[in-house]
Design a protein around this ligand. Structure first.
Ligand SMILES: Cc1cc2nc3c(=O)[nH]c(=O)nc-3n(C[C@H](O)[C@H](O)[C@H](O)COP(=O)(O)O)c2cc1C
Length: 344
């Protein structure tokens, strides 16, 4: 029996939503291959950030976010994603093989997909209002649905351990010329299709007990006034292998979309987790040992009257979406550009 397959426009639209996912430094380190009802997600290792992300955690988490958003997008369009993660031990760059099967979209599927283009990384101070318990529960459940734990860091000693680890990481990074060069290359941008634009980066002045956010080059976004009311959360997993990191990324995608649906502002922050010493501080002194921290997420209510943030750019679909290497002959149902692509 012939299986129904989504049409080319549906797959293109789903990938277009998937790539709205957050990624470290907006590096968009992914490649998508599609063939009728099968899609494959590969890591684009040319976009790895060796000084910021020496062990490739942020890259895998970024790809996990995109994988989550792809499944959300296809569900809203009437296709459930059956995901096989890390399906081929001989090809480590192949992160997921996804079969699309017919599915009746629910209101929740559509509402989640509608949140994708509305989400922004907001690095400004958030309103002083503490996170409501029911909103925190909603975010915890979003993480748990993907096998992760979201801890709200709300007591003074652990909050201070986290801000201390962040400040130490910023200091160590500052002393690493390779890191500074990499950061300058990936931020302070105008209209490039990747990297962190100057208009989305805050030139922040950090209070003594506030979390120090990553300093990007050329920051131009005005910060909001008053103390930062952001709740600090750490998303963690029980393991720290490649599968755990990819699944953590899916959980991050879920938490951020749940936050967006609740009209919460949010921003992923990973600087203290990129260095072995400060990551150990977060694991032991913030999480109390036993869990592997994958990302910090600042989350809270947007300050009254704060200007809406512009969307960050993305690479054109033609640069990230290809037919499966074996799939098509002369006639491509998806008008991808094959600029520079050599199937391996
Ligand atoms: C794994 C990961 C790590 C990130 N680390 C940071 C960070 O340390 N500081 C920060 O301000 N933003 C961080 N971000 C947010 C990205 O910079 C942001 O997603 C990207 O610039 C695209 O912008 P957008 O999220 O508004 O679409 C991170 C995102 C991911 C997925």
């Amino acid at each position: 029996m012939k299986h129904p397959t989504p049409d080319a426009d549906t797959v293109r639209a789903a990938v277009a939503l998937a790539v709205r996912a957050p990624s470290v430094h907006n590096s968009q380190p992914w490649r998508w291959h599609v063939d009728g009802r099968t899609a494959e997600l590969r890591a684009d290792l040319r976009r790895r950030l060796p000084h910021t992300d020496p062990d490739g955690r942020d890259l895998l988490v970024s790809c996990g976010c995109a994988l989550h958003h792809f499944a959300v997008a296809t569900a809203a369009m009437g296709w459930a994603a059956r995901i096989e993660r890390l399906p081929d031990a001989g090809e480590p760059g192949l992160l997921a093989r996804i079969a699309l099967v017919p599915h009746e979209p629910r209101d929740r599927d559509i509402a989640l997909a509608a949140a994708i283009p509305r989400r922004r990384s907001d690095r400004r101070r958030f309103a002083g209002r503490p996170l409501l318990a029911r909103d925190a529960d909603r975010l915890r459940r979003a993480a748990a649905d993907h096998g992760a734990v979201l801890r709200v860091v709300d007591d003074a000693p652990r909050r201070s351990a986290l801000t201390g680890a962040a400040a130490a990481a910023a200091g160590l990074h500052h002393a690493d010329p390779g890191y500074e060069v990499e950061l300058a290359a990936w931020s302070g941008r105008g209209y490039a299709p990747d990297g962190v634009p100057a208009r989305n980066a805050v030139l922040a002045t950090v209070g003594r007990h506030e979390l120090r956010v990553r300093e990007f080059a050329g920051a131009r976004l005005a910060d909001t006034a008053g103390p930062d009311g952001a709740a600090l959360t750490v998303l963690a997993t029980t393991g720290d292998d490649r599968l755990s990191r990819l699944r953590a990324g899916e959980a991050v995608g879920a938490v951020l979309l749940a936050a967006t649906r609740l009209n919460l502002a949010s921003c992923v922050y990973t600087e203290p987790l990129e260095l072995t010493s400060t990551r150990a501080l977060v694991r032991d002194c913030v999480l109390g040992g036993g869990l592997e921290p994958q990302v910090v997420v600042r989350v809270g209510y947007p300050p009254e009257g704060a200007a809406p943030l512009p969307a960050t750019p993305r690479r054109p679909l033609g640069e990230v979406l290809w037919p499966l290497p074996h799939a098509y002959g002369a006639s491509l149902p998806i008008p991808v550009q094959l600029r520079g692509y050599r199937p391996s």
